[in-house]
Design a binder for this molecule. Structure first.
Ligand code: ADP
Ligand code: MG
Length: 228
């Protein structure tokens, strides 16, 4: 299987006062194209730090990250942003929608950075895919939590990225709404997108064919891929 994500020996430390926090301590992993992977582990185990690096939002101190065949671990600034825009859709626990913009305008944003001319039309199509056509003129504070996360997912897929990363996407939702969001990720994964999501919820990670467990910034166990 072709690996779309490959890391070797990623490390990342933070300075907290005069304490060095080793957030990632040699993470090597590989994710094949089209896989759906859950990243689990206790709070503070490095999940978000890893996701930020995988999503090209941050860089490791050392180690390699190869994304779609290109070494990106030492890229910075503009070039890293271009790679992110091309390959990655990122979904956050707290949605991170801009409060003064409508759902439609929020979803358009990534396309406007890229200078696309058909932004409005593509944003509408993305909102339709997530089932939010009726609400696209509403602002985030006029939407329920589940609807906000749908809008955020539309924003993540509007550039048609090969990889969807989600950091605790159901963490702020009730169980039923969380399941609906999971079903949406399943659909997007079935269409061929690689999905990697952090979750605390054992019920949700159980629904992923593969789980990568982090502990103290290391991969603690890598369960065998089961066939779907
Ligand atoms: P998780 O998402 O698994 O809860 P994180 O990746 O957020 O874990 O954090 C891993 C460790 O790195 C924690 O000890 C956390 O306090 C520390 N950390 C993360 N980001 C920063 C930062 N920006 N500054 C200082 N310490 C950080
Ligand atoms: Mg986290």
């Amino acid at each position: 299987m072709e690996a779309v994500i490959e890391t070797s020996n990623l490390t990342k430390t933070f300075l907290l006062g005069d304490t060095v926090v080793r957030a990632l301590d040699g993470v090597s992993l590989s994710v094949a194209k089209g896989e759906k992977v859950a990243i689990t582990g206790p709070s503070g185990s490095g999940k978000s730090t890893l996701m930020n690096i995988l999503g090209c939002l941050g860089r490791p101190d050392a180690g390699d990250y190869i994304l779609a065949g290109e070494v990106v671990s030492r890229l910075s600034g503009r070039r890293l942003a271009q790679i992110r825009n091309r390959y990655i859709g990122f979904v956050f626990q707290t949605f991170n929608l801009l409060p003064r913009l409508s759902a439609l305008e929020n979803v358009e944003l990534p396309l406007l950075y890229g200078g696309a001319r058909d932004a409005r039309q593509r944003a509408r199509a993305a909102l339709e895919i997530v089932g939010l056509s009726e609400r696209m003129g509403h602002g985030p504070n006029q939407l329920s939590g589940g609807q906000r996360q749908r809008a955020a997912i539309a924003r993540a897929i509007v550039t048609d990225p090969a990889i969807l990363l989600a950091d605790e996407p159901t963490g702020n939702l009730d169980t039923k709404t969380g399941q609906e969001i999971m079903a949406l990720f399943d659909e997007l994964n079935a269409q061929g997108r690689t999905v990697i999501m952090v979750t605390h919820d054992p019920e949700i990670s159980a629904q992923c064919p593969r789980r990568i467990h982090l502990r103290d910034g290391r991969v603690a166990e890598l369960m065998a891929r089961e066939s779907r």
